[in-house]
Design a protein around this ligand. Sequence first.
Ligand code: ADP
Length: 163
Amino acid sequence: MLRAVYPGSFDPVTYGHYDIILRSCKIVDELIVGVLNNKAKMPLFSVEERVKMLEEVTKDLPNVRILPFDGLLVDFAKRVGADVVIRGLRAITDFEYELQMSQTNHKLAPEVETMFLTTSIEYSYLSSTTVREIAAFGGDLSQFVPEAVAEELRKKMNTKRRV
Ligand code: ADP
């Protein structure tokens, strides 16, 4: 039984993340998407909102579970009994940070391996930051995020404009 954790901020989940989820849930028996509640960052969506959007997007994938976490990734992986951490690699710019993180995690918990999936070409440019920027200017989000997420982005931008 191979259980993996796919961690990230998912602020919000994009088609790039979804592609990694779809591909990795075919490789492992159970995939836990770990939504980081990073208190040092000011996310656009609360951790509860990010979890809800991911649950909606993955509702037809029976071996995928969404869980929030804070603290060290390796502690979360050990707590949920995961053998593997999955990360997506978009470009060479991701590489240095990801290498450092996976090596640090290996020092902290040698039993937890990190596995990288390279991005599908059609999503290699896509990030949550870009999506938030497009949403802030009222751009068309249909190529970047599932409709349920686009709807939440529109609502969030409207409430932000009102305050
Ligand atoms: P973080 O804040 O930890 O970078 P993100 O939510 O941005 O988390 O991303 C989570 C994971 O998904 C990371 O491994 C990241 O490289 C990967 N990822 C993000 N966008 C894409 C994409 N367009 N294609 C493939 N992987 C992606």
